[in-house]
Write a protein that binds this ligand. Sequence first.
Ligand code: PMP
Length: 439
Amino acid sequence: AYDGPSRDEVLALRHQYVNPGVLTYYREPLMVVEGNMQYLWDETGKRYLDAFAGIVTVSVGHCHPHVAQAVKAQAGRLQHTTTIYLHPTIAEFAAKLASKMPANPDGLPLDRTYFTNSGSEANEIAVLMSREFTGNQDVVALRNGYHGGTTTAMGMTAHGTWKFPSNPQSGITHSVPGYCYRCPLGLQYPSCDVKCAHDIKNVIEYQTPGQIACFIGEPIQGVGGAVVPPPEFFSIVYDIVRQHGGLCIADEVQGGFGRTGKHYWSHQNWGVRPDIITMAKGIGNGAPLAAVTSTGPVASTMTNRIHFNTFGGNPVSMAAGLATMEVIDAEGIQENAAAIGDLLIGGLTELKDKHALIGDVRGLGLMLGVELVKDRKTKEPASDAAAELMERAKQRGLILGKGGLHGNTMRIKPPMCITKDDAQFLLATIDQCLSEIAN
Ligand code: PMP
């Protein structure tokens, strides 16, 4: 049993000593002291089904024994030296990542990886390489996207709520996303002819010098609320970007490593081939680990000057990443994401028939969103109901996430070891909570 400081003591210390910008969820912040696979426990011993996985990070299960063992063994043997010396694991892990990249019959393989500690850093590197490679400066990202909290990544992120007013965000413009439920152009798919995707041509030609360094996009927007574009969106966008000299970056920080079920990488759902892939979160099952994979010529731009990252590629994170990928292969994790994802989408779609609050159910595999609205006609965001659903679900032992500019989309992105029984519990809990909220 837990015998550390009480929740109130921890809360008081946090209030006094931790930067107040470090936010917490829930009216009464939850204290989590233990995890095992898809479950978490608070200090009282209460168990929760974790349907948010540490914000889509714990890919194969909290404290998965194979990953935990690999981390423990490496921490006991050699924790750190930096990449100025050779170590076997960084080389093996980079090779393992290359083995999972889609084949590229018309071009160079994506097989060179630079390791960092966070998704934000990975996206910074991806943009830096694109700028060096093309000689162009301008970056185009998508409205409603999230790419991190460092300066360039914050600039590419496109929710005003995440953009600090005084932070410079130059050289970055935004195009409209394929967000059909709230079409930014007020159109209907498919009669719209996917004008949202074509609009990037206008953005490039009017708002940049006409030649760009890169385009970055999440194949399914995560923080934006599991926004799934029309299937042809990314191929149209990538073509236009390449006509204007830009590289295409797929931000796979949330969608990678099998989460979308059918494919290892979420961009594969759209049949496109990025020039650079950025990864974080699920790559290490909770280890501070991220990566940028590109072709050889793009990767070589990092030799234009010296670039160094003290913890990037450290042996413990490398061991965690390698072990996580081994588990994904060995335990049918991707197949489970597809199967349980289908079950959840089916169940959530049935709940939509029953609960007027549910405006839209979307997603692929275990990257799902349920957008709540006050009125299905006006689609006014039901932000309060979303907050209430989170509270009530927590009381019943279910941890959900939320996202979207107005915080009205529930995000369901559990560890991918989740079972059918867990899925039934999740659906029943959301059903009960929504019935209570509607009354
Ligand atoms: N890209 C995406 C798609 C993300 O969801 C996030 C984190 N939410 C990031 C980048 C930034 O990652 P990090 O928090 O590790 O810097």
